[in-house]
Design a protein around this ligand. Sequence first.
Ligand SMILES: [Zn+2]
Length: 64
Amino acid sequence: MSSDLSGKFMCCFCLKVIRLEEDGYAMRMRLASLSDLHTQQEMYTHSTCLKERLYGDFNVWWEE
Ligand SMILES: [Zn+2]
């Protein structure tokens, strides 16, 4: 995985370093196969980068 370079978390969508002081809702995403729910991969994203890619009014936890 190249999402965590030199101890910094890289956003999987824009590849920029995630700064928690700028994005308090930045997050780790754990991808698990539906067949066994075992986590296969972890990646990181800015809250805005994820929100931009979600369908329309899809609810996200930090806006509820
Ligand atoms: Zn990003």
